[in-house]
Every structure is written in C-alpha cells, then in structure tokens.
Design a protein around this ligand. Structure first.
Ligand code: HEC
Length: 147
C-alpha cells in the first residue's frame, strides 16, 4: 500500500510544480508587456507601408483596435516592483505615475484617430495618423524607457 501512495504523492507534487511554473510564466508582467509592445510595433510596421502606398487601409482597422485596447491597459501592465527581469522601464514609470498614465492616454487617443482614418479608407490621412501614433510612442519612450 505504501508504494502507490508514494508514487501518487510524487506525481502530485510534480504536477503542482508544473502548474506553478505555468502560472508564473503567464503572469510575468515584464515578458507579457514586452510581447504586447512588440505586437504594437508590428501593427505600426504593417500599417505604414499600406498607407504610404495608397493601399486598402480599411484592412488595418483590427490592428488599430488592438492598439487602442492595449494602450488602455498599458499602465496596469507596469505594477509596482516590475522593474526586474531585464526590464528597460525607467524608475520614472513609478515615480511619475500621472505623467506615465497621461502618455498612455495620449497613445489611446492617437490609436483612436488612427482607427478613424483607417476606417474612412483615406490612405493619406492614415499615413499622417500613423506618424502621429509613432510620435506618441516616442514621447513616452523618451521619458520612461531606458536604453
Ligand atoms: C506610456 C508609455 C509608452 C507608450 C505610449 C509606448 N511605449 Fe513602448 N515601451 C514603454 C516602456 C516603459 C518600455 C520598456 C518596457 C520594459 O522593458 O519593461 C517600452 C518598450 C517597448 C519595446 C521593447 C519591447 C522589448 O521586447 O523589450 C517596443 C518594441 C516598444 N516599446 C514599442 C512601442 C510602440 C510601437 C509604441 C507605439 C505604438 C509604444 N511602444 C508606445 C513605454 C511606452
């Protein structure tokens, strides 16, 4: 009777460890936000050439909506203490929280304008809105992202 119990106990703790590892991987805010920010970069890089070439910018609407949603949640992706794990976030993210939140709100506004331009099908207006979006990225990076 002893052996099956031991095996079951060992199996249980192995599974528990696996579960904890998976939970940690999913909730590392640094890896999670970096992944999202890379996705935002990908959106901008996809939108720019279509807009400047006068292409069908309406196809870019879902990307702009993902940007609106992501930047609306950006501040919450920088919880206190998440300045580890290779993060390039500057201490100002936490020391100047109102400024950081304003920069994120500006990005939501820029993404919303980009969505309107893309939805209208006006490629030139979309190219211009994409430049403004890039400006909102850079404005935040200058004050809140290290190199
Ligand atoms: C409100 C501030 C803010 C805005 C707006 C913002 N970023 Fe960032 N971004 C950051 C910070 C802070 C980091 C550093 C994150 C870290 O390393 O923990 C970062 C990092 C990044 C990275 C590096 C990710 C990595 O793998 O290390 C990319 C790419 C990036 N941002 C792209 C963008 C793009 C594209 C936009 C606009 C469409 C944008 N960001 C808008 C604050 C911002």
């Amino acid at each position: 009777m002893a052996r099956p119990t031991l095996i079951r106990a060992a199996l249980f703790s192995a599974l528990a460890l696996l579960g904890a590892g998976a939970a940690l991987a999913q909730t590392d805010p640094v890896a999670d936000r970096k992944e999202g920010l890379k996705r935002m970069q990908g959106h901008l890089e996809a939108i720019n050439p279509v807009a400047t070439a006068g292409g069908d910018v309406r196809e870019m609407v879902p990307r702009t909506e993902d940007m609106m949603a992501f930047f609306a949640t950006l501040p919450s992706r920088f919880p206190a203490g998440s300045d580890n794990n290779g993060s390039k976030a500057l201490p100002s993210v936490w020391a100047d929280r109102p400024g950081f939140e304003a920069a994120a709100a500006n990005a939501v506004t820029a993404a919303s304008a980009l969505r309107s331009a893309a939805a209208s099908g006006d490629a030139a207006a979309t190219a211009q809105a994409a430049r403004a979006m890039g400006g909102a990225c850079g404005a935040c990076h200058r004050s809140y992202r290290g190199r």
